[in-house]
Design a protein around this ligand. Structure first.
Ligand SMILES: Nc1ncnc2c1ncn2[C@@H]1O[C@H](COP(=O)(O)OP(=O)(O)OP(=O)(O)O)[C@@H](O)[C@H]1O
Length: 244
């Protein structure tokens, strides 16, 4: 569903991704793990066609990323920091933006759109909050609103940039369950997370990123001490010993 082949992406002199390759199939959840600055958001933006690689190739459902995005194939839940929470828009309207690709030129939602939005709000348990301004929700509720937008879009691919940051365990479990359902319905889900403990339950496959792919495969095979040291730097205990 997503093919990333030897992709290198730079911001001026900063090389954010260096020869990254991966293949993401339909019907699975992929957990993307790496330290701050390892290139996770850059990878999402590249798959979305918002950044152009210096070299290498990305295909999304056999199309270029830009075409796939414009066709509504990809649902994207950005990092909270990337969203303007003061924007005067209700929770329901945020979720409706997931349907924009399907609305006609009038942009007027049809019954099917309203039903998809209502169903998505129900699934994330935000029905009673639908008329609130998006910025008036708590951090976890905001995340759920954006997950609902991805669900309402009915995209075959869902990319989520740290949907668990700052949410409580119950919300994390709820979002995880929804992502598993999406994969169960044949979707491809790529989710970045810092919660290594929850990864085996969430993801079928883990991808450890440090500008390059350090390891990818079943979570238990990827999250070894050796790989984590490669991806996150020095083992803190070893570091203390050698420093002491
Ligand atoms: N717009 C930009 N201009 C210049 N450098 C950038 C830009 N965006 C990201 N970078 C750099 O590219 C590298 C990868 O950043 P990216 O945001 O992809 O990391 P990340 O893994 O998503 O990090 P985090 O976990 O902190 O969100 C970092 O070194 C970062 O400083």
């Amino acid at each position: 569903m997503i093919e990333v082949d030897d992709v290198t992406v730079s911001y001026g002199d900063v090389r954010a991704l260096d020869g990254v390759s991966m293949r993401l199939d339909a019907g699975a959840v992929y957990g993307l793990v790496g330290m701050n600055g390892s290139g996770k958001s850059t990878l999402f933006k590249t798959i979305m066609g918002l950044l152009t690689p210096d070299s290498g190739r990305v295909a999304v459902g056999g199309q270029t990323p830009t075409r796939a995005r414009r066709a509504g194939t990809i649902g994207y839940v950005p990092q909270s920091e990337a969203i303007d929470w003061a924007f005067p828009i209700s929770v329901r309207e945020v979720v409706m933006t997931g349907r924009y690709g399907r609305l006609g030129v009038t942009r007027r939602p049809r019954r099917a759109d309203r039903e998809a939005v209502a169903a998505a709000l129900e699934r994330v348990e935000l029905t009673e909050y639908q008329d609130r301004q998006i910025g008036s929700l708590s951090g976890g509720q905001r995340k759920r609103a954006f997950v609902a937008r991805g669900l309402a879009q009915e995209a075959r691919i869902l990319l989520l940039d740290e949907p668990f940051a700052g949410v409580d365990k119950r919300t994390e479990a709820k979002i995880s369950e929804l992502l598993r359902e999406c994969a169960g319905d044949g979707g491809t889900v790529l989710v970045s997370t810092h919660d290594l403990q929850a990864l085996p339950r969430l993801a079928d496959r883990a991808i450890l990123l440090m500008r390059r792919v350090v390891a990818q495969g079943p979570p238990e095979q990827v999250l070894t001490a050796e790989n984590l040291i490669k991806a996150f730097g020095l083992d803190p205990i070893e570091h203390e010993r050698s420093a002491g």
